[in-house]
Design a protein around this ligand. Structure first.
Ligand code: NAD
Length: 251
């Protein structure tokens, strides 16, 4: 196991650093991940069951029965120290980009600018029938009046602009993510089990191009044996320590 100071050193000496984040980075903000057993929202629901594109096509009302709760649960959630640390690293010119699997908008709220959301986000929802787009606030307002939000123009049930299981990833975002991973001399994975493909292919891209991998995650990941450095701990505690270690000391 390595220390935050060693990770800071690796970042200091790397040419291009790119972060790849997953659900674990938002756990300290009170948003449960998928794979930690017995946590909140997902404890009694199989996400594959409700967030699969085939379920959506069959019964969008059932999806919203579950997802409406998720929207409510994300309301008011704030970025934690890990999101702020990545924004600070970008601001300091030490991080080129954040690639995230999260849909919760917390990187944006923390101030990350060069952000690739490979699984979409809850920022907008689109009508699958007529293509009308709705901002999140309008969807939340509709959910206060109905279990499933209808389109104002045609009445069809809206789909959030997040990638469901069984759906292809947005081409532009995933192409950008693979390009960044290829160019990174250090890919910093934070809070991801690295079990969901094609995103789990990004570390292979970095390693294949001669770059290194660093992992900050609570618990094991599928790529631990290939990482140059690994810290098993909470991202919310570890990353702020890395930022502190990188700050120039006063004379
Ligand atoms: P995952 O659930 O597979 O893995 C999360 C990892 O983070 C686990 O290994 C867990 O042990 C670890 N972890 C938990 N708390 C942590 C902490 N405080 N600090 C560091 N690590 C911690 O999640 P994934 O790899 O992102 O893939 C699952 C899919 O779930 C993704 O597609 C993502 O879009 C979706 N998802 C997103 C959110 C969100 O937007 N916040 C929440 C749940 C799931």
């Amino acid at each position: 196991m390595s220390s935050p100071a060693e990770l800071a050193e690796l970042i200091r000496s790397a040419g291009s650093v790119v972060a790849l984040t997953g659900a674990g980075i938002s756990v300290p903000s009170g948003i449960p991940d998928f794979r930690t057993p017995q946590t909140g929202l997902w404890a009694n629901v199989d996400p594959m069951e409700v967030a699969h594109i085939s379920v959506w096509r069959r019964d969008p009302g059932r999806f919203w029965g579950f997802y409406g709760q998720r929207f409510a649960a994300l309301e008011g959630k704030q970025p934690n120290g890990a999101h702020h640390a990545l924004a600070a690293l970008e601001e300091a010119g030490r991080l080129d980009a954040v690639i995230t699997q999260n849909i919760d908008l917390l990187h944006e709220r923390a101030g990350s600018h060069n952000l690739v959301e490979v699984h979409g986000s809850i920022r907008t929802a689109t009508c699958p029938a007529c293509g009308s787009s709705y901002p999140r606030a309008a969807v939340v307002a509709k959910l206060e009046r109905a279990d499933a939000p209808p389109c104002d123009s045609c009445g069809a049930i809206l789909k959030p602009d997040v990638v469901f299981f069984g759906e292809l990833l947005p081409e532009e975002a995933i192409d950008r993510a693979f390009g960044l991973a290829r160019e990174a001399t250090l890919l910093l994975v934070v809070g991801s089990s690295l079990e969901v493909y094609p995103v789990a292919g990004l570390p292979l891209e970095t390693l294949g191009a001669g770059g290194e991998l660093a992992i900050v995650n609570r618990g094991p990941t599928a790529f631990d044996s290939k990482a140059s450095l690994r810290i098993d701990g909470s991202a919310g505690e570890v990353l702020p320590q890395v930022v502190s270690a990188l700050r120039p000391r006063r004379a």
